[in-house]
Ligand binder design. Structure first.
Ligand SMILES: Cc1cc2nc3c(=O)[nH]c(=O)nc-3n(C[C@H](O)[C@H](O)[C@H](O)COP(=O)(O)OP(=O)(O)OC[C@H]3O[C@@H](n4cnc5c(N)ncnc54)[C@H](O)[C@@H]3O)c2cc1C
Length: 354
């Protein structure tokens, strides 16, 4: 069996982002890399969205960018702008195609379906396979989205809806999320923050049908694409080993309050590339601990006050939109953190800290 300098376990978002980063910065000219990925073919399976708070390698995979967004509770709508940090949606199909076509040109990079096909004893391993069995009772962000096409112009494609809480909450946290790609084409997701034990919350098709027909008044449309997922909102705490580190969601790159992971993966990939020659000795790349601290409190408040979460998320955006975006994208300074904290209902938060 062949030996490699590096092995990436899991060729998903984090594994491929890292391989691409190493490749375009010439780190694989004299080094060999094995990528272990069981899937047979790569199809579009996710839409990764985020506020672009720094530049990344995948501008040409952006399906659409927005400078304006709304957030709704049953009684209020807030209109917000983000021209300096546009909200971008990346098509995972374009992302996989771009990376794989580049990686296939390098003879030092090999693809395998199973780790047992390579000699993994001496290689340094980057592992993106999560270990999340028996974690159903933890908090997850679980969702289902459909990309629909209408016969007539319907959407305002200049503005997306980040959260619409004007929907059935069922004693959990529930909102809809709408990304209008064109006037006739939009991704509409039903999103829950809850444990995964309650199967009754997973009648996603009915939730989306009701939202389309009763809330948006869309009677005729075609569904062109569907994605479902569940993002763990808890830390996996996979430990660094002598010859192995965890990357991506398995490497705790998810922001616990929002599920945003994509840009953190890009920062982690950049950090690893910058330190690849000394990777065994450098510290792990981590999301700043202040965000974990604040997010864990928010999630505790959420567990005990689910009915009020729409208003609490709404209040985050009572701050300047730039402040809220910086905070949600891990780029906030002390004063911005303070501005957000002061908007929160103090007693509810204090109760969870004490
Ligand atoms: C549907 C969906 C939409 C999302 N949308 C957003 C978003 O809008 N914005 C955002 O920031 N984040 C989003 N996320 C969260 C996060 O960005 C994604 O989950 C992202 O794909 C995480 O990357 P990853 O590499 O850690 O995991 P994955 O992309 O899931 O990659 C893990 C890979 O490991 C492979 N694998 C599994 N078992 C093995 C094994 N035994 N050996 C080898 N390989 C294995 C899998 O096939 C997979 O390819 C979304 C998540 C989902 C599920």
């Amino acid at each position: 069996m062949k030996e490699f300098d590096y092995i990436i376990i899991g060729g998903g978002c984090a594994g491929l982002s890292l391989a691409y980063e190493l490749e375009i910065f010439d780190k694989l000219k004299d080094k060999t890399l094995a990528i272990i990925e069981p899937r047979d073919d790569y199809k579009r399976d996710k839409t990764w969205s985020f506020w672009k708070v720094f530049s990344h390698n995948f501008e040409d995979c952006v399906k659409k960018s927005w400078d304006n967004f709304t957030i709704n509770t049953p009684n209020k709508t807030k209109y917000l702008e983000c021209p300096t940090t546009p909200y971008q949606a990346i098509d995972s199909g374009l992302f996989y195609e771009k990376i794989l076509s580049r990686l296939r040109l390098n003879k030092n990079i090999h693809f395998f379906k199973n780790i047992n096909e390579v000699d993994a004893t001496t290689a340094f391993k980057f592992n993106s396979v999560p270990k999340i069995e028996n974690k159903q009772s933890e908090l997850w962000q679980h969702f289902c989205g459909v990309e629909i096409e209408t016969d007539k112009d319907f959407f305002d494609d200049e503005i997306f809806n980040l959260m619409d809480f004007a929907c059935d909450q069922r004693n959990k946290v529930h909102f809809f999320y709408t990304l209008p790609f064109t006037k006739r084409n939009a991704l509409i997701e039903t999103t829950w923050i809850s444990d995964l034990n309650d199967e009754k919350l997973k009648d996603y098709d009915k939730q989306i049908d009701d939202y389309l027909s009763k809330h948006l008044n869309i009677r005729n449309c075609r569904v062109n694409y569907k994605e479902t997922g569940a993002i763990p909102l808890f830390r996996q705490n996979n430990k660094k080993k002598l010859n192995e580190i965890y990357i991506g969601a398995a490497g705790d790159m998810t922001r616990l309050s929002t599920g945003y992971t994509f840009l953190n993966i890009q920062e982690q990939s950049r950090y690893i590339r910058e330190n690849i020659e000394n990777i065994k000795n450098v510290n792990l790349y981590k999301i700043q601990s202040k965000y974990d601290f604040l997010d864990k409190i928010l999630l505790k408040v959420l567990k005990n006050n689910s009915a009020e979460m729409g208003n609490i998320f709404f209040k985050v955006f009572d701050s300047k939109s730039k402040t809220a975006i910086n905070f949600l994208s891990n780029k906030s300074n002390f004063f911005e953190d303070l501005e957000i904290i002061l908007k929160m209902p103090k007693w509810k938060f204090l109760k969870e800290i004490i």
